[in-house]
Design a protein around this ligand. Structure first.
Ligand SMILES: O=P(O)(O)OC[C@H]1O[C@](O)(CO)[C@@H](O)[C@@H]1O
Length: 187
């Protein structure tokens, strides 16, 4: 190896998908994720929602998530969203292509949204839950880098829903009222 120059594993990382034996590929179809949507009625359970490619070795992982431009009865396609089990494990997102929103939520349940567009970089504190939402009409592709031991905690629900109606983004507050889930229009 000494004094030997080798090729990087990806030469056009800004536009290509990671491939190879040490890359995992996981596809999420609507059937796997329908419970996160306000109104899953009548939506085709075989629809591909998102694909995650990720490295699996080492202490720092690298991955790419591609969310399809899909709307579930008006609600924008989104990842399941999670906290890290280890709160001292931060993460970086870089939006490679498309447009969307990064939903962030702190421990108190306060939620806010950061705009994502081609080239935007997002630092995610290890204390914030994170979810990607595709608000565009093209695939939303996000590169992520996170510590392998961060862990995924899916135990909490985000309080904001994102819809697209007549080309306009609408936010709705998502609340449990009298034991039933209700949506209140907030923007
Ligand atoms: O598991 P979820 O919440 O659907 O999110 C998938 C996301 O998680 C990660 O695997 C790591 O945080 C991201 O690469 C990807 O966007």
């Amino acid at each position: 190896m000494k004094n030997k120059i080798i090729e990087p594993r990806l030469t056009e990382a800004w536009k290509s998908i990671p491939m190879g034996e040490d890359i995992t590929k996981a596809q999420t179809h609507f059937a796997n994720i329908q419970s996160i949507y306000a109104n899953p009625e009548g939506f085709d359970s075989d629809t591909l929602m998102y694909t995650v490619y990720a490295t699996k070795d080492g202490t720092l992982l690298w991955g790419q998530t591609i969310l399809e431009p899909v709307f579930v009865n008006g609600e924008c396609n989104m990842t399941r969203g999670h906290f890290h089990v280890r709160k001292d494990r931060d993460e970086y997102y870089w939006c490679q292509q498309g447009e969307g929103l990064l939903a962030l939520m702190d421990e108190s349940g306060t939620c806010w949204l950061e705009k994502m567009r081609s080239g935007s970089l997002h630092h995610i504190s290890g204390q914030w839950a994170h979810r990607c939402i595709n608000t565009g009409n093209t695939p939303l592709s996000i590169i992520a880098c996170w510590p392998a031991d961060a862990g995924h905690d899916y135990g909490r629900t985000f309080p904001i829903r994102v819809y697209k109606e007549n080309g306009q983004i609408l936010l709705k507050e998502h609340k449990i009222m009298d034991g039933r889930i209700g949506d209140k229009h907030i923007l």
